[in-house]
Design a protein around this ligand. Sequence first.
Ligand code: NAD
Length: 484
Amino acid sequence: MEHDIKHLYIGGEYVEPHSADRIDVVNPANGQRIGSIVDGDATDVARAAEAADRAFRTSGWAELTPKDRAGYIRRLADAYVERGAEMARLVSSENGMPISFSRLVHEERPARYYRYFAGVADTLELERTRPTSTGYAIVRKEPIGVAGLIIPWNGPQGLIAWKLGPALAAGCAVVIKPSPETTLDAFLLSEAIEQAGFPPGLINIVSGGPETGQAVVDHPLIAKIAFTGSSTTGKIIAARAGAQLKPVTLELGGKSAAILLDDADLDDFGARILEVCLPNTGQQCTACTRVLAPRDKYDQVVELATEVLARVPVGDPADPKSVFGPLVSARQRARVESYIAAGLQEGARLTTGGGRPAGLEGGCYVEPTVFRDVSNDMRIAREEIFGPVLSIIPYDGEEEAIAIANDSAYGLSGAVFSRDVDHATDVARRLQTGTVGVDQFSIALEAPFGGYKESGLGRELGPESVDSYLRIKTIYRAGSAPSA
Ligand code: NAD
């Protein structure tokens, strides 16, 4: 079925765009066009920003109690669930995510995120008083206004929910700019938004590419930007937003390390390699694509990883048996292949993969790939590849393992494997990274998620994430605070 989406979602209506430009949507599993979307321009973004600003100022949303807002967010979760199965299929056809994984990520989880943020809203405290040297102060948190949410293609609905949930809980209005690869699903979400009955204009969707995103960042009525995407784009956004002193939350790239300590249970690691090191065919920011192995166990670890990766079922994302699918686009495949060539040129050796899988020539597939003899100064160890490529690096002694893990421009995730979980936790404390797992890596929505260094600024998830959609006002009063 082709989805040609000719409209934008602005002011609670599906509206004709100002821009006449369109972008084709192509299924990366077979190269077939599955639809097209509007490439919105600055006029379209301005319309959406104005509608959001109007809703923020006049709809009464910002004045509702957070508990009342929670009711709407729960209705959004319910409306999402009705479309969950269709959402999982649609995203899988847009970005090549294997359907079994897409069901997990796009059918069930976003509704869970919305329910979680409704729960956070239920108990959100926005005003407190405290004594001061001159009397007392009312310290108040107010919604920041209109937030611009800029989304990547690799897990679109989850990453929208991470932003939309806390933005709504805080009392903000939003303009969502999805990635051009995954915009069809955003217009399925708009149906759920309609059904939930939000005030018109509170949530707007403007599709398009980088220039549309830039217009969102630049628009003066948009008071805050929440962005997930590459570090390169994140820096551009931070600079442009900085020119207006506009706050940003940036969830960016990674090149994380999984450290196998001397006493790690290698069988357990073998069972978790795909989930920790190469989730979503390696197209996930948290992928621990550097595996650090003690030198005396190096060959054993290489053999284990090679054996697991060589057996991964790669194929049509619509087939529930496929564990890896294609990369999102021919461009992304070319990028991954250029890294494989760079690894070979710098002296790393392939133990499996490196090419294109036989029989899947119509799609953007790359074989699951393992490199051995990798040193941490090679490009394949320093740069984010965003594909199914694992680099295994030997180390001598725990101090060196920690130094190698920390020797990265990034700091998003990480994992430490050891039979001694307290010791592994101590090692985790020394890693320069925003999140790290012991004997696993799995994001939990109740705790803050985000990066150090070039992996980002600010945090999403957890109750803390609501704060980035709020600003603080202090009201000074004389005398002593009335007792509650
Ligand atoms: P990208 O940076 O190219 O694009 C992300 C979004 O930004 C898209 O919607 C795009 O249209 C828009 N955009 C591009 N240029 C822009 C500009 N100058 N101004 C405003 N908007 C602009 O990233 P991508 O290729 O879509 O996604 C992959 C990247 O995202 C990877 O680097 C990955 O690590 C990162 N990522 C990070 C997280 C995280 O939470 N840290 C999660 C998923 C993906």
